[in-house]
Write a new protein. Structure first.
Lengths: 326, 248
């Protein structure tokens, strides 16, 4: 029998060891989600529908429909007390109604992932110099970096998307590039969205990285300079490796935000998850099913991202360097 | 006759209105171990940081091996390759192991390849008695061990001059001994050291000269016997007797 004391100890130990294996349910969800995605994409994109015809679901709807109707009639025969059975019937109805749309949504998920990953990865390469300029730059570079950050954090992402898409020659330029919009290469709107997310998330990422750089003790750079490293090299070899580790939790937050903010790309016709959901819903009028489904897919993406970042954090952890204090 | 290894010539330093160094001049030869003492706020650490230009002086000149290192076109990174520094609060690179702390400068400043840098790194860790801790991170080391890694890191660059900025004052008393022992070994090996420290045992036995700094001026500069047994200035005697009493 567990005394309160032993419970506390158990929790502490679990808390300290909180690793990937500590969340079996999340792990299972993510594993099922990605297995489905990878099989679907392989079949639809690479094998040209060899396993199963494109846009045809892997799962038959008939069994779910029959379970739903059986439970439905059972519920009505039970009268007023049958409502819990009715709910279960409703769940199976939802599944039966959703399954046919899963293949198309999987294509949207692909675009959403690509948008988010490219946006955040490219943004990272802008964010690092921006944050270094904010912390270590002279007054001119500091103001430029600050101006950039305030501009992109201070205006709506949607407005940035519209300006880039409609008001700059960017769209026309990208359209003329070879291979854009052919085969696997998405059309110009997608690339405009990637550029917008890159510029926007760079501003947010640089804020997370800046505050992390500020938490690296000053003596670290002094010591680096004292052995003859230039300021730039000292930042690169001593300050950044520590600062970026401190930045991981905040940075993960930005990744999770961007997964969901990427839905704004639908406004400039990018065929990502939200756009696909909206398009199918307006054809079929199954708004509830489709948006619940889209929500669940976003949730699965976010869970995957959290799990991934937790893994990364564990991998790069260094004794005494803050991030492992969980 | 070869020039002194280090020469400070009428060095002035102020922070705004506050005058920290007011005309400091002294010389030391290769192989000398000079210990700088003085009340807190007397400018000891500032003087040390002027020598590797972590702090810029406002007046006077500093010469290393006959070259003026305080004029505008001195390459500070080149200078710092030749002048090592050991810090009061260690400042070990927190994300690197003891070995990597020692080899970072060798690889990124001296441009040595990894294998050669590691070999030299192990040598210097052995010199400070920490070969068995090569793969430990700073957070896994005791204060005394951290400071010995700090010394190895500075030594690895083969500096002409090693600066020590109160190397034992952040240590628990029982850990001071191991660091002082390493410093004594270095002094015996003929490494030129400029040490800000109130470790009187070390000053008495290892110092060639003691410099007593007060209020930004050198009050007395001479061999340990003179300062301890027969101080020329009244203030030196007062300060030393206070220090010795506190030590007991």
């Amino acid at each position: 029998m567990g005394t309160p004391e032993s419970t506390t100890t158990g929790r502490t130990i679990r808390g300290r060891a909180a690793g990937l294996t500590d969340q079996p349910l999340t792990l299972l969800t993510v594993a099922v989600f990605w297995t489905w995605l990878v099989v679907r994409w392989t079949n639809d994109f690479l094998l040209d529908g060899a396993l199963i015809e494109r846009n045809t679901s892997f799962f038959p709807t008939a069994p779910f429909e029959s379970v739903a109707s059986t439970l439905g009639s059972l519920a009505s025969s039970l009268g007023p007390v049958g409502f819990p059975v009715g709910w279960v019937a409703g769940f199976f109805e939802f599944l039966a109604a959703s399954i046919p749309y899963l293949p198309q949504l999987a294509t949207g998920v692909w675009a959403t992932i690509l948008l988010t990953v490219l946006g955040i990865a490219l943004g990272f390469f802008i964010a690092v110099p921006l944050s270094v300029a904010r912390v270590y730059g002279g007054s001119a570079t500091r103001s430029v970096a600050l101006g950039y950050t305030e501009l992109f954090r201070g205006t709506p992402l949607l407005a940035q998307l519209f300006v880039l898409y409609f008001a700059t020659p960017l769209t026309a330029i990208i359209r003329e590039l070879p291979t854009v919009g052919t085969g696997f290469i998405p059309a110009q709107a997608f690339w405009v969205a990637v550029i917008a997310f890159m510029l926007n998330s760079a501003a947010y990422q640089s804020e997370y990285i800046r505050s992390a750089l500020n938490s690296v003790p000053e003596g670290q750079l002094t010591a680096a300079r004292a052995i003859g490293l230039s300021k730039v090299d000292g930042i690169r070899h001593v300050v950044l490796p520590q600062g970026l580790r401190y930045a991981i939790p905040g940075w993960s937050n930005e990744l999770v935000y961007l997964i969901k903010y990427s839905s704004l790309a639908s406004f400039i016709t990018v065929r990502e998850l939200f756009e696909r959901t909206d398009a199918i819903a307006s054809e079929t009028y199954r708004y509830t099913e489709l948006f619940v489904l889209a929500g669940l897919l976003y949730l699965a993406l976010v869970l995957s991202a959290s799990l991934l970042m937790e893994y990364v954090e564990d991998r790069v952890a260094i004794p005494g360097l803050g991030t492992t204090s969980r | 006759m070869s020039p002194p290894l280090l020469e400070l010539d009428d060095v002035y330093k102020s922070y705004g209105e506050e005058q920290v160094l007011s005309g400091v001049s002294f010389e030391m030869d290769a192989g000398d171990v000079d210990v700088v003492i003085g009340p807190s706020g007397s400018g000891k650490s500032t003087m040390l940081r002027c020598v590797n230009r972590l702090t810029e002086i406002n007046g006077g000149d500093i010469y290393l091996d006959g070259d003026c290192i305080t004029d505008a076109n001195t390459d500070v990174n080149e200078l710092r390759k030749q002048v090592g520094m050991v810090f009061q609060d260690f400042n070990l690179f927190a994300h690197l192991t003891a070995l990597e702390n020692v080899t970072l400068g060798l690889r990124k400043v001296r441009g040595m390849d990894k294998a050669a840098a590691q070999e030299k790194g192990y040598e210097h860790l052995e010199q400070v008695g920490l070969l068995d801790q090569a793969d430990s991170y700073p957070a896994e080391l005791s204060g005394g061990q951290k400071q010995r890694v700090g010394i190895a890191r500075a030594l690895a660059m083969d500096p002409k001059l090693l600066l020590f900025d109160e190397p034992t004052s952040a240590l628990d008393p029982e850990l001071v001994g191991e660091v002082v022992e390493v410093m004594r070994d270095l002094a015996a090996e003929g490494i030129t050291m400029l040490v800000v420290s109130h470790e009187m045992g070390f000053a008495r036995s290892a110092a060639s000269d003691i410099i007593f700094l007060d209020d930004g001026r050198i009050v007395e500069h001479g061999p340990p016997e003179q300062l301890f047994e027969n101080p020329q200035a009244a203030r030196t005697g007062e300060f030393l007797s206070r220090l010795t009493h506190e030590g007991e």
